[in-house]
Design a protein around this ligand. Sequence first.
Ligand code: ADE
Ligand code: ZN
Length: 336
Amino acid sequence: MTVSREFAYSIPKAELHLHLEGTLEPDLKLELAQKNGIDIGQTTVEEVQASYQFDSLTSFLAVYYPAMNVLQDEDDFYRLGAAYFARAKDNGVVRAECFFDPQAHTSRGIAIETVIRGYYRAIEEARAQGISADLILCFLRDMSAQSALETLQAALPYKDMFVGVGLDSDERDNPPQKFAECFALAKDNGLRVTMHCDIDQVGSIDNIRTALTELGTERLDHGTNIVEDPALVELVRERGIGLTCCPVSNSFVTDDMKGKEIVELLGKGVKVSVNSDDPAYFGGYVADNLLALAEKEGLNEAQIAQLARNSIEISWASDEEKAQMLASLEEFVASH
Ligand code: ADE
Ligand code: ZN
């Protein structure tokens, strides 16, 4: 192994591409199903684990959304968030920006307030334990633009509880421009903006260009397809746009982890970072993603440190917090 487990786990890092709903581990899913009297079709942790099977984004989402039925009350959302932060701490995460999908819950009759308040309790608890944390509200791009707009309007009374908005779910036939009005309203309300530009989609390059030039996205979630277009690489590098890459997830929904692309972009000075996406489903939290990438591509400690440095620099923490986190990162690197 090129980088030790201890190095990958302990180096201070930010996690910027993490779906809270994607942290639903089989044991918690089963426990919440039993508590809420919901038949999920499995009765043991092993059976739930065995049901977490997919080979594409579409087949993943077909398992992912039905699983959320076990989340019913505010405490369930809190428990899910709190379980993630316990793992994040073990993984050396000093800053977490966590996606959540309100429409996946409001569409089954859960109030948006229940979702936001539950997750926010976990955020406040993480902060009290020394992890800088915020929520990012995502719109489901395979639902209508009107639904996204209504979701944002319903969430605005709670806008102090989330730092920005994102766009996720199935990208096919759902380009970013569909949500231009919604993202403009988010910006008018002082919210930060990011969006998924998933791997190897039909029209990936066009969607990335639109996200950057028309929707003013500040980061690209995934986004490694920019390697196909040198002008886009240059635009992203010059603007300091961050990419939130997820190697283990990539290896599930495409045919490889896109490690070559991540390393090429890192070498060109693009602010790529490594994250875990939906770790309960893909089997790896953020440090495991760094280790998997290091092993596959033969990365050294300096490259892992650069990935961690990028993650903090492209985060939406305050300048003061970033300076503190970067100082502790440099101290860690100097002592290794
Ligand atoms: N929702 C959860 N994970 C996702 C991903 N990797 N891409 C799109 N939507 C998602
Ligand atoms: Zn994602």
